[in-house]
Write a protein that binds this ligand. Sequence first.
Ligand code: C2E
Ligand code: SIN
Ligand code: SIN
Ligand code: FE
Length: 326
Amino acid sequence: MKKKILLVDDEPNNLQLLRQILRASYQLIFAHNGQSALAAVAAHHPDLILLDVMMPDLDGYEVCRRLKADPLTHDIPVIFVTAMGDVDDEAAGFDVGAVDYIHKPVSPAIVIRRVQTHLSLVHVKELEDSQREAIYMLGAAGHYNDNDTGLHVWRMAAYARALAEAFGWPEHLAERLELAAPLHDTGKIGIPDGILKAPRKLTAEEWVTMRQHSLIGYEILQCSHTPIFKMAAEIALYHHEKWDGSGYPKGLAGDNIPQSAQIVAIADVFDALTMKRSYKEAWSVEASLEDMRANSGTHFNPALLTIFLNILPKILNIKKEWDEKD
Ligand code: C2E
Ligand code: SIN
Ligand code: SIN
Ligand code: FE
């Protein structure tokens, strides 16, 4: 399907020229002034707008400002087409939310290239949005039960990111971890409700089943080879390993446990202890930290736990934000 482009100019010759440049590759809609541009956007939902700046009545800036203020039209990229080469005017255009400028008289090669560039940026953003949403849905599914929509997995993800940053991870990896961490318990999808929601301690037999959630999550997530899901699969598999080698499923010890999983172990346990679960009440922050300190070097990487305690004010801010949302 051809992408739709809205061309707005009060000068018919200019519209005609743009039409000749773009008609072969795109579906075109035309407007001769600001008011009809707004009406055309509402009626046709174009993928991109080429907008003249100087028009009588409603000028291009005002049209752009109104489009950006409306959530329905906010994401449509606007490129200004202008005779003015003045830097101040260009700054004004970016201020109201334009993504780019094309100068008159327009060159066909430049028009085609700019239009292609901004349409493909929209495509990338859509892919990123769907990836984020898929993560959100999968993460929520892993934590779903009657009175809990799983929203809170993003709280422990924020803890994990803060800890990764303080640990010295580069920004792009800390960001990746924040997206991967909510998937750590995806494998709980495969655990029967009778075990998952048991309001009591699990029997030895039930516990064997419960521990399978690491492996099940790994099996589900390793199907993808994108960096986020690869990290998520690694975290799902190893987030219950312990520093002294007494964890599951593999009994890895120390730095044989991937750093991503070492970080998530701390974020996950802090979250589990401070929140209510079917089988336990919420513990106070003090009691939770005391328990975690007692497990430094046995359950947790001691250096990492020290960093976690050092950034506690930041962690508690994240917790407070989420407690207000819940
Ligand atoms: P979860 O509730 O998300 O807990 C994650 C981790 O937080 C646990 O991993 C454990 O390391 C820590 N944690 C949670 N509650 C406590 C606690 O009361 N005391 C201490 N010291 N640590 C706690 P773990 O043990 O591998 O458990 C994995 C998952 O298994 C839990 O995830 C939960 O879904 C389930 N589970 C664990 N114990 C029980 C239980 O007694 N009853 C039920 N119904 N489920 C349990
Ligand atoms: C597995 O054994 O299922 C995963 C292999 C690994 O990453 O250690
Ligand atoms: C890192 O590059 O520091 C993270 C690698 C890992 O997942 O352990
Ligand atoms: Fe888990």
